[in-house]
Design a protein around this ligand. Sequence first.
Ligand code: C2E
Ligand code: MG
Ligand code: MG
Length: 758
Amino acid sequence: MKLLLGTILTVALLVIGILIIKTYKETHKLARIVRKVLLVGLIVVLFNIISLYTHYAKVCLLAYCGYFIASAWMLYYLLQFSIEYIGHRFEDHINKTGMILLLIADSVSVAINYFRPYQFTLNPVTVMNESYYELDATIWFIVHYGIILMLVTFCLISLFYRSYTAPVFYRRKYLTIAVIMVILVILNVFTITSAIDVSVIGYVIEGIGIYYCVFVYTPQKLLSKTLYHVSQDMSVGVFVMDIEGNILYINKYAKPLLSEENPLVNKKDITLETWCRNQYLNRLENFTEEHTFYCKDTEIVLKIQLQRMVDVKSHLQGGYFVIQDRTEEINKLKKERYQAHHDPLTDLYNKAYFCEKARSYINRHLEEKLLMICTDIKDFKMINDFLGPKSGDTVLINFANMIKEQIPQALIYGRLGNDIFAILMKKEDFDESFFIREEQDALLQGTEKTVSFPIISYTGVYEITEHALPIFVMCDRARMAMSTIKGDYHKRIAYYDDNLRASILHEQELISNLSTAIAEEQLQMYLQPQMDADGNLLGSEALIRWIHPEKGPIMPGDFIPVFEKNGLISDVDRYIWEKACTLLKKWKDEGREDLYISVNISPRDFYFLNIFQIFTELIEKYDISPKNIKLEITETAIVMDFNRQMDLITRLRQTGFVVEMDDFGSGYSSLNMLKDIHVDILKIDMAFLKKANDEERSRKILKMVIALSKQLGMPVITEGIENAEQVQFLTEMGCEMFQGYYFAKPMDVATFEAQYLK
Ligand code: C2E
Ligand code: MG
Ligand code: MG
């Protein structure tokens, strides 16, 4: 018997030891209390084993004292556990300090028994030929026993109370511990004073029991019910099949998918349910795949996952399918992909995707002769402004549709941005007529507006000779070609070639050299005298020269158009105007206030500069008279924004500046304009006569213009005079001022001064 009990207790000791170690994995408060219960329980068992096996009365007495003290503390921790376990704070129910003091007092009173046994003594007895010590308790033992019973009672009250109030799934948990505790009490009452005390087993079971309830026990019913609800409410379809492929369980989501009224079928007309069953019974592995099914004509993309459950010998036990409807997600993805690749307005490829597609095509067809074509609508900004942005958009859509419908040979096309479209095409398929057809009506379709100016497109073509170039560079080349047409009404299409490239490079070089040129005074003001018929000096025109340190003098015709294109002309002009005023000031100081200088104003200056302010500031700065400055304005500048420019001219004239219309007759001048444009002087270029086929007829017109102009109070100056005959007939016609090589070529200031201002 002793051996049996000893073995049981040793095993219990080991088990408790292992459980203690396991509790270290958990960190919550309850785990710490469980650990304390088990630790004290370990001591209880240890003392019990000692008391069981010792032959010495004193040792046995000591073990009993230890056993009683430890069991009281174990019950204390059990109480703490019971209260915390049911979800309350131990301190809220029990005065912790009071309880500890009480237990210390009890421990001391039990310990005293070792020296002076007054609560109990031990008597050696023999049971079944084995010697034991039997407890002989006195009336004082009731003190210790009372405390024990009080602790047990508290524990039971809290556990029973909790099992009464707890949801049904948890009741078992609390009841288990309470019942074990009742067993412990019974064992204790009945065996504590007998030779073989098995009540310690109650402590062991209680320790193991709370460990089980805290760390191991899960309410199965709750679990299955919860799982049922979770799977019912899931936003994926779930159904479970038995070994024969019968559906055992199906959640809410899966029901319509497997509905017989509106079955989902695949392309082979097999329903989803049959398909799943076939896979389940015939395929041996789990899978997750996407398949397309149809409900009537609606396409539904399903992500189907099969999970087969097998036993240890890999025999199929059952399985379940998880089905997810991915249609919306996939449509959204498709849409997003489409949007990422297409221009929202015209529905053509956007720039990035056009480049990607073109790159891929070019890489796959290196042997083909291909063209990169860029096309845009002339003055689209103006159209937008005139028609309004909504109609502007319609024009762009129409343009895109024209490319789509009328150039079927285009391999890849897209909108690069604004009004610029790009097309990749085989050279052999290219036909200029695609790009120079009449477009006005087609482009304006749907805008309910008519415009008085022509709407046409410009096209630039680059034949792809360097396949490795980035696509945007190819487009740039086509656009470079396109940019050469701007302003030319007759030309609609231009081709990129090496000359164009060279000239563009040249332009770029000019642009990048400009600031150095200004800083190093490479830009110089030349003067060309203006004379009366007798060759007396009246004044001069300031004409710019770029004296390049390496290239020598560059004529304005070579760089002014470049700077006019990008607006840099304004810097150049301001520079020359400043030079002219400096010179006028110098002349004034030298007493030559009678001379004037004509300066040129580029049409672009009207956009970039406040001309009125600049000139008024200049005359103030240099203290010169406005009548010494003539401002040469071209017709183009005035026509671009007639009212504004006329207003400016009026203000300049009122301030005293002399305004001259340069190059009259070279543009689209009409006699009508003469009456509307109020300037001080009209400047006619002799090139006007040279250009004409019928010189006689032109002379008649010239004569009339001069007469008319004089009548309107505008004297005429003629430039480009190359011989005496011209001076003579112009004088006869009434012209009084002349400028031209016949009198003198433009010259630098020093030469001019030396020649005319001695
Ligand atoms: P423009 O203002 O009409 O200047 C007259 C041009 O005719 C000058 O050419 C002049 O050298 C040239 N010329 C003068 N007499 C004769 C002649 O008898 N026969 C021939 N064939 N040509 C003659 P240039 O200096 O080459 O200037 C060309 C144009 O460049 C100017 O035409 C003007 O529009 C522009 N330009 C020159 N300097 C400036 C400037 O500082 N600013 C601006 N914005 N434009 C300028
Ligand atoms: Mg001029
Ligand atoms: Mg001129």
